[in-house]
Design a protein around this ligand. Structure first.
Ligand SMILES: Nc1ncnc2c1ncn2[C@@H]1O[C@H](COP(=O)(O)OP(=O)(O)OP(=O)(O)O)[C@@H](O)[C@H]1O
Ligand SMILES: [Mg+2]
Length: 152
């Protein structure tokens, strides 16, 4: 049985094709199951990964450089980090699309759902890694008031 504090990691390189988006989601779901990450917000994780991989697919890259995905799972999924790397130029920029614009809200979704997210340069090579973290707060029992004393 996995320890509560155990850290699990998985990495995958994906081709620049649309089917890589469902593939990344499937990998995440499969790994979280394999690691018995019962505290992981799997649906939110899939949504974040979808947005980041879709963005990575759209950016122009030299040659047919692949997309990197890394998943880091701690505390049975209560802490989940997703990383998506691409070799493209440019950086993610949160947009504020007009009311009638149908696109441009992907990073707004990431910003709303992730505990934190950001961009880091790749240690070697061109491109960058966009990362997002989701955390599931521990369930803390609410103290019950009895008379003037507090019982927990
Ligand atoms: N990996 C990336 N590399 C370079 N630029 C990026 C990357 N990801 C996002 N961006 C830039 O940030 C902008 C905002 O991304 P966002 O996901 O919010 O919107 P979108 O991808 O344009 O539209 P939508 O997500 O609704 O399909 C993109 O239009 C793009 O210019
Ligand atoms: Mg997008």
């Amino acid at each position: 049985m996995a320890e509560q504090s155990e850290t699990h990691e998985a990495s995958l390189r994906l081709a620049r094709r649309r089917s890589s988006v469902p593939r990344a989601r499937a990998l995440l779901r499969a790994k979280l199951g394999e690691w018995r990450a019962v505290q992981a917000p799997t649906d939110v994780g899939e949504l974040l990964l979808s947005e980041l991989v879709t963005n990575a697919l759209r950016v122009a890259v030299p040659g047919d450089r692949m997309i990197g995905v890394r998943i880091v799972c701690r505390e049975r999924g209560a802490s989940l980090r997703l990383e998506v790397s691409d070799a493209g130029r440019g950086r993610p920029r949160v947009r504020w699309p007009g009311e009638l614009e149908t696109g441009g809200r992907g990073l707004l979704i990431v910003d709303a759902l992730a505990f934190c997210w950001g961009v880091k340069e790749r240690p070697a090579g061109i491109g960058k890694t966009i990362w997002a973290e989701v955390v599931t707060p521990a369930v803390v029992p609410v103290p019950t008031m009895v008379g003037h004393s507090v019982m927990s």
